[in-house]
Write a protein that binds this ligand. Structure first.
Ligand SMILES: NC(=O)c1ccc[n+]([C@@H]2O[C@H](COP(=O)([O-])OP(=O)(O)OC[C@H]3O[C@@H](n4cnc5c(N)ncnc54)[C@H](O)[C@@H]3O)[C@@H](O)[C@H]2O)c1
Length: 335
């Protein structure tokens, strides 16, 4: 940064700013003193952006990545082709192609434009299948990612991009940060159309159901996960970007619940009387997954604070408002 820009607020670029986490991150950074440029192929779906600038660009083109990274101090790279387990199971080639291009070009453009720091949004899907075969899973530590056996398509492509971040740091001195999210949920997230994840799908399903009534749950409902509320997620991203830690870091809660327990919490919040009907033919992802937060706590002296029960209240109420006129019939997934 030159003397002039040092005296001004730093510029942060958020890719995927039209999506769920990116939209919230833009608002968080603006509220915390940054000037923010958002970029996406679409505008945010449910409300207007807080970004100072918003560029509509396809990041599978290197020249577009160069355009959006120009004069940026920080890059938060969140853009990705992604969705819940139904979507990522059915779209290996498309996800791998789209995300590999975006990740390669965003790193290369950030290097060429001398970006100060680059944060990559990875996923718990990088962890090996063999460590996630029981609902009573041992929480996953960062070093467990190798020897590798990640989720096909999406997880493999994330793991490759993590290594690219490492190579760009080692060979070119680009300061990279890698965050492995564990299931993020909250208001303003996709809740229908096939890309929604378990908490949003569950909230929509319950909101649309009659009371008394029933909803469908994918799998036997005993598969386990941990879920992080969006406010914790954006605060964690910001803290990790500012930290000196350069290796991949989990960002999630370690509050392990089964998918049935998630459904019960949503039902309790709704005040409805609803039974669960399991569909064993639908994809359910790994059997159990939880975050080991030992390293996160030691690096940041902080970890996500918001319990699932607390976070579901605003999430359910937002989705219920969106679906007021919708009819029952969609399904419930789990990443
Ligand atoms: N939400 C979660 O639970 C979760 C879990 C693990 C990892 N992640 C990662 O976090 C990041 C953000 O996730 P999210 O939940 O906000 O997803 P999202 O789908 O809501 O947002 C992703 C955004 O990327 C944009 N995008 C896709 N292709 C693009 C392209 N070619 N050019 C420009 N923009 C493009 C999409 O339009 C979308 O707005 C992603 O990298 C995702 O893989 C999310």
């Amino acid at each position: 940064m030159d003397q002039m820009s040092k005296s001004l607020k730093p510029w942060a670029l958020v890719t995927g700013a039209g999506g769920f986490i990116g939209h919230h991150l833009v608002s968080y950074l603006r509220a915390n003193g940054y000037r923010v440029r958002g970029v996406d192929i679409k505008l945010p779906e449910y409300c207007s952006t807080d970004a100072d600038e918003f560029l509509l660009l396809d990041l599978r083109e290197l020249r577009n990545c160069q355009t959006c990274t120009a004069r940026m101090d920080l890059v938060y790279h969140l853009a990705a082709d992604m969705g819940g387990i139904g979507y990522i199971t059915a779209s290996h080639a498309g996800i791998a192609y789209n995300n590999s291009l975006m990740n390669l070009y965003m790193l290369e453009a950030s290097r060429r434009n001398d970006v100060g720091r680059f944060l990559f949004s990875s996923s718990a899907c990088v962890y090996p299948h063999g460590l996630q075969i029981s609902p009573d899973v041992t929480p996953l530590r960062e070093e467990d990612a190798f020897p590798a056996q990640p989720e096909e398509g999406y997880g493999l492509e994330k793991l490759y991009a993590e290594k690219l971040c490492q190579y760009y740091m080692e060979d070119y001195g680009l300061y990279t940060r890698v965050v492995r999210f564990h299931n993020v949920y909250g208001p303003l997230g996709t809740y229908d159309g096939g890309r929604e994840k378990a908490p949003a799908a569950m909230c929509r399903k319950v909101a649309c159901a009659q009371s008394p009534g029933a909803i469908e749950v994918w799998g036997d409902g005993r598969q386990t996960r941990s879920f992080m509320y969006i406010d914790d997620c954006v605060e964690g991203i910001h803290r990790i970007m500012r930290s000196d830690y350069r290796n991949p870091l989990n960002l999630g809660t370690d509050e392990l619940v089964s998918v049935d327990e998630l459904a019960e919490i949503v039902i309790e919040v709704s005040g409805k009387k609803i039974a669960l009907v399991h569909d064993l033919t639908k994809p359910q992802g790994v059997r159990g997954r939880n975050s080991d937060n030992t390293r996160l706590r030691s690096v940041l002296r902080w970890e996500p604070q918001i319990t699932l029960r607390k976070g579901i209240i605003p999430t359910y109420s937002w989705i219920a408002a969106q679906t007021e006129n919708a009819t029952p019939g969609a399904t419930v997934a789990a990443e």
